[in-house]
Design a binder for this molecule. Structure first.
Ligand SMILES: [Zn+2]
Length: 272
C-alpha cells in the first residue's frame, strides 16, 4: 500500500478487537477471514449468474466466445472469474495500462479510483502479479467503501510473518479477498482431488517421493515455511495423472497457491 494516510478506515467488515495473543506477536489473525471469504464467494456467484455478459479472459483473448460444453471446466471458470469481469460487474472500468508510474521509488502496480470508477493495472509487472493485484483491488472495491483513491505496489500473494504484521489491516483484508477470489475453495478442492485422489493428502514416504523424487526427505523432516504446500503446488504429472501444477491452473505464484492450500487444510502433516 502506498497511501496509508488520509483515508477513512471504514470497512464493510466490523472491526475486531485484538486480544492478548495478537499483541504478543503470535500468528493470530485480526481480519475476519470467514466474512471475507463469504464476500468473495458472493461476488463470484454473481459473476457466474451473469456469465452471458462476459467472456473468459485468457488464454483465448476477450473476443473469442467459449464453447458451451466447456462451461463446466475449471479452465473456463478460472478465466471467467478474471478480476476484469468482476470489476465490470461492480461498475468499474478495468484497464491494463503500460505504466502507472512510481510512488516513493516503488512501481505502482494497481490503482483504484472509486469516484472515477476505474481499476488500473500496470503491465510493467508479471502476469501473476497483475492478476493478484487486480484481485486485491477488487477486495478494496467490495470491502472498503470508504477508500476512494488508492495505489498498490506489485502483489503476488498475501504477506507472511513480520511482513504481514507490518502490513495495514485493509491491505491484509484485500490480499485475503484476492486469494479467496482467484483461488475458489470449490475449484481448488476439485483440482486437488483430481491430482491426489482425496481432499486430504496425508504426507508419508511414498507421497513425499511422488512430490519430489530428488529430495523426499526434505518434506518428511522438520521443514521450512510451507515446504510441503509449495511442493504440492508445483508438482506436475503427480503419479502419472498428466495434470499440470496447481499454481498454473490458477495463474498464481507457487507461494500464493501454497498459502491457499494451507488455508483450506487440504494437507495433513507427516506423523512419523
Ligand atoms: Zn491495497
Amino acid at each position: 500500500m502506498l497511501e496509508d494516510a488520509g483515508y477513512p478506515r471504514y470497512s464493510v467488515l466490523p472491526p475486531r478487537e485484538m486480544d492478548g495473543a495478537g499483541s504478543l506477536g503470535c500468528e493470530m489473525d485480526d481480519i475476519d477471514k470467514e466474512a471475507i471469504e463469504r464476500e468473495a464467494i458472493m461476488l463470484r456467484n454473481q459473476v457466474w449468474r451473469s456469465r452471458e455478459q462476459f467472456v473468459p479472459i485468457e488464454p483465448r483473448g476477450p473476443l473469442q466466445r467459449f464453447e458451451p460444453d466447456e462451461a463446466t471446466t475449471t479452465g473456463y471458470k478460472v478465466r471467467l472469474i478474471h478480476p476484469s469481469n468482476a470489476a465490470r460487474f461492480l461498475g468499474f472500468v478495468y484497464l491494463e495500462v503500460a505504466s502507472l508510474g512510481k510512488f516513493s521509488d516503488a512501481i505502482v502496480a494497481g490503482k483504484i479510483d472509486r469516484n472515477a470508477r476505474t481499476i488500473l493495472i500496470s503491465q510493467q509487472v508479471s502476469r501473476e502479479q497483475q492478476l493478484f493485484t487486480g484481485a486485491h483491488e477488487l477486495g478494496h472495491a467490495v470491502l472498503h467503501r470508504g477508500l476512494h483513491l488508492h495505489r498498490d505496489r506489485p502483489i503476488s500473494e498475501p504477506s507472511a510473518g513480520d511482513a504481514r504484521r507490518r502490513r495495514p489491516q485493509v491491505e491484509r483484508e484485500a490480499d485475503f479477498f484476492g486469494a479467496c477470489y482467484i483461488m475458489p475453495n470449490n475449484l481448488v478442492e476439485r483440482e486437488f482431488v483430481a491430482r491426489f485422489g482425496s481432499n486430504k493428502l496425508r504426507l508419508n514416504d511414498s507421497v513425499a517421493w511422488a512430490l519430489d523424487h530428488n529430495d523426499p526427505d526434505r518434506l518428511l523432516q522438520p521443514h521450512g515455511w510451507l515446504d510441503v504446500e509449495k511442493a504440492v503446488s508445483r508438482v506436475a504429472n503427480y503419479n502419472g495423472t498428466g495434470l499440470p501444477p496447481l499454481h498454473h491452473v490458477f495463474n498464481v505464484s507457487v507461494t500464493a497457491m501454497a498459502m491457499r492450500l494451507q488455508e483450506l487444510k487440504l494437507i495433513e502433516p507427516y506423523a512419523a
